[in-house]
Ligand binder design. Sequence first.
Ligand SMILES: Cc1cc2nc3c(=O)[nH]c(=O)nc-3n(C[C@H](O)[C@H](O)[C@H](O)COP(=O)(O)OP(=O)(O)OC[C@H]3O[C@@H](n4cnc5c(N)ncnc54)[C@H](O)[C@@H]3O)c2cc1C
Ligand SMILES: *[C@@H]1O[C@H](CO)[C@@H](O)[C@H](O)[C@H]1NC(C)=O
Ligand SMILES: *[C@@H]1O[C@H](CO)[C@@H](O)[C@H](O)[C@H]1NC(C)=O
Ligand SMILES: *[C@@H]1O[C@H](CO)[C@@H](O)[C@H](O)[C@H]1NC(C)=O
Length: 447
Amino acid sequence: MNNSENVLPGSENKSNIKHVVVLGAGVVGLTTAITILESNSKRNLNYRVTILASQLHTDPKSIAYTSHWAGAHHVSHSTGTGVSAPDANSSTYTTEHPEQLTIDQETFRVMWDLSSKESDAEKCFMRIEQVEYYHEEIPIDENTGERKHHLGWYPDFKILSPSTLESSPLSLADLSVHSGVSFNTLTIDPPVYLRYLYDRFIQKGGKVVKGRVDDIKDIKGVQRVLREAIESSDDTPPPIDALINCTGLGSLTLPGVKDEAMYPLRGQTVLMRTPWVNFGRTLSKKGKDGKEDLWTYIIPRRSGDVIIGGTKSPNDFFPTPRPETTLDILRRGVRLCPELLHPPPPTASTDGTYTTITPITLTPDALDNLSDTDFLNLVEPFIIEAGCGFRPARKGGLRLEVEWIVQSETGSAPQIPLVHNYGHAGSGFQSSWGSATRAMSLLEGAL
Ligand SMILES: Cc1cc2nc3c(=O)[nH]c(=O)nc-3n(C[C@H](O)[C@H](O)[C@H](O)COP(=O)(O)OP(=O)(O)OC[C@H]3O[C@@H](n4cnc5c(N)ncnc54)[C@H](O)[C@@H]3O)c2cc1C
Ligand SMILES: *[C@@H]1O[C@H](CO)[C@@H](O)[C@H](O)[C@H]1NC(C)=O
Ligand SMILES: *[C@@H]1O[C@H](CO)[C@@H](O)[C@H](O)[C@H]1NC(C)=O
Ligand SMILES: *[C@@H]1O[C@H](CO)[C@@H](O)[C@H](O)[C@H]1NC(C)=O
């Protein structure tokens, strides 16, 4: 029997519907919004979720939206010891969230499933073999007497033997490589994946509003921004029951409440078109005497594009790629991955024409000897663009926490929970699902 007529208009159902506003539409905001919305089918509560963000993935790439600039691969920085790798002992802040390792592992499992052949998200990912080289030896664990590595949990993890290192065609000695590991992981194609997340959110009934909020704690102000952005009056947004702060670095330059622990960790990259490179490779060197870590990486994407990096400079607000850094990244990248300049032999395309890209046969030494102009002329045909982004870093690590907002001075209106999920630094993609699940639990506990 339908007894809805005996109930005051909307009282029963409405009390179960909670309107949650997620601030931010980067990878963290989108993943968190999806996690909340999709919990509807599993629980009694009914969430209506609105994303409110000043920038969306469909806007032109900008320094204010970090997710566009990521590599992105899943190679955790977490050691599970409270100090993250490989920045240890450099000038960058390295404290990590106590649950960082579990957060990354949970996210890896979700993404591994999403990247399977049966998944409709398969095209967002590429499963690869990843090799990480180091200048230092891998330390021996005092308790077990064995070499212990923070990436040991990835599938097919191996510590490369000295003979493997010696027989590498890369002349690793010239690169001062003293150790290395290999394992299986995946890369994410950020533009494709962000579109996938957005579509998934909309398909499940989520709403997205474009707008800027200057003070999250001013609930009336947030409500006003939502109202003004909605054109038709029959879609007036209901009152806000909870807020989630996924603004990345966003609020750093804004007035109002500022998290002093936030700082940009600037990263510069070069995007290349080299579809024949289908493996990941990194060379990490610990910074000495407070100098920046030197760290070169090759991240292939499903699309055939490849990201070459990188840099990590704390508190560097320079918003566009520096040409001298681009040159340095390319020189380091080609040194670590000569395959970038070695396209496979020409193959016939479907229209009967041949693609011919002349392979570059110079040895690493000869490449080093080239003048900057000659070197750039050589790599130029493979380059799409140089880019840079600000990783939203935070002293003390990622912030996952609930705060209560007092709405009125008399305290008569109920307090509203504000769940923080920001400060993912260089791990926003590889931590996204794990941290969204935790933000969700915080929300459930608060409502
Ligand atoms: C060069 C480089 C390489 C990287 N490689 C990797 C990698 O390999 N793997 C990995 O996991 N991560 C990588 N990262 C890190 C990753 O890109 C970030 O951790 C991630 O993008 C952060 O996402 P976010 O959603 O927190 O922030 P963002 O993507 O910056 O999104 C912030 C959102 O908040 C909105 N916003 C901010 N302030 C306001 C406001 N006041 N009002 C309304 N809206 C607001 C913005 O408009 C935007 O929608 C890399 C980053 C860089 C720069
Ligand atoms: C940092 O350096 C100190 C002194 O050199 C050393 O004892 C410590 O183990 C280092 N920590 C890490 C995480 O490498
Ligand atoms: C929301 O997150 C930002 C980080 O982007 C932080 O600086 C800000 O203080 C947070 N807002 C509130 C109200 O705590
Ligand atoms: C590179 O330059 C050095 C110094 O000028 C020279 O000794 C070396 O032979 C050159 N190498 C190649 C491969 O051209």
